[in-house]
Design a protein around this ligand. Structure first.
Ligand code: APR
Length: 225
């Protein structure tokens, strides 16, 4: 079966990583405009570096959970395209390869001057040098609000060919990812939403599996065979 899975912060919640829009979510402590836009990085780069250093530290403490591992099993039996909005590496540590990180990765740094990418140190700051051009212009390799998500062509193509599309642990509030279900349905895929509660775009899905990801994802993968 050709399957496209989109994951969001909810799949890593039971690994101890905070989601964004929950009552105790990251966006309760930080305004998006202060830490997750190109303008924020120009205005206060030290704050932005500190925010992502903290995310890296939290991710290093976290372990992949049963939902991450179930998706690795799914790939062994089906033609799976795994797209994540998450910037953590829990899919990879849970056994998945070829994960498409559409919103970038904490594990990567990007030179704002020459565009070079390299494995990120655990902590970066305003003085971190680009190993390619030597400029102190390191930024997290994260897609901020107002920037274009990565790998979109490859993702739209996979969605067009998908027989099943599943969205796991995402609130459906951030486009273009929030529009994947709509597009997948139009292209003929059976669309399944797996989430703690209904998302903002749940009407685009044929089927809704409600519950914590560590329970409902392994069950769903088991049913697919
Ligand atoms: N199991 C399943 N779903 C869960 C769980 C869980 N244990 N815990 C929370 N959820 C669900 C919530 O109900 C919510 O619908 O996960 C969703 C998380 O939503 P958000 O916090 O909005 O995260 P996400 O959808 O990944 O955000 C999208 O927004 O801030 C940007 O770039 C950031 O990639 C992120 C994007």
């Amino acid at each position: 079966m050709r399957i496209v899975v989109l994951t969001g912060a909810g799949i890593s919640a039971e690994s101890g990583l905070r989601t964004f829009r929950a009552e105790d979510g990251l966006w309760e402590d930080h305004r998006i405009e202060d830490v997750a836009t190109p303008e924020a990085f120009i205005r206060d780069p030290a704050l932005v570096h500190r925010f992502y250093n903290a995310r890296r530290a939290a991710t290093a403490q976290a372990e992949p959970n049963a939902a991450h591992r179930a998706l690795a099993d799914l790939a062994a039996r089906h033609e799976l395209t795994l797209v994540t909005q998450n910037v953590d590496d829990l899919h990879e540590r849970g056994g998945s390869s070829n994960v498409i990180h559409m919103h970038g990765e904490l594990a990567s740094s990007l030179c704002a001057s020459c565009g070079h990418r390299w494995p990120s140190p655990m902590e970066t700051d305003r003085k971190t040098l680009c190993p390619a051009c030597g400029t102190a212009a390191a930024r997290p390799d994260i897609v901020w609000f107002g920037e274009m998500p990565y790998h979109m062509e490859q993702i739209w193509e996979a969605i067009q060919q998908a027989e099943i599309f599943a969205a796991i642990g995402t609130s459906g509030q951030v486009y273009p990812a929030a529009g994947f279900g709509h597009q997948a349905r139009r292209s003929g895929a059976h669309c399944v939403e797996l989430n703690l509660d209904r998302s903002a775009v749940s009407r685009d899905f044929h089927e809704h599996l409600i519950g914590p990801a560590t329970q409902i994802v392994p069950e769903w993968v088991g049913r697919l065979g």
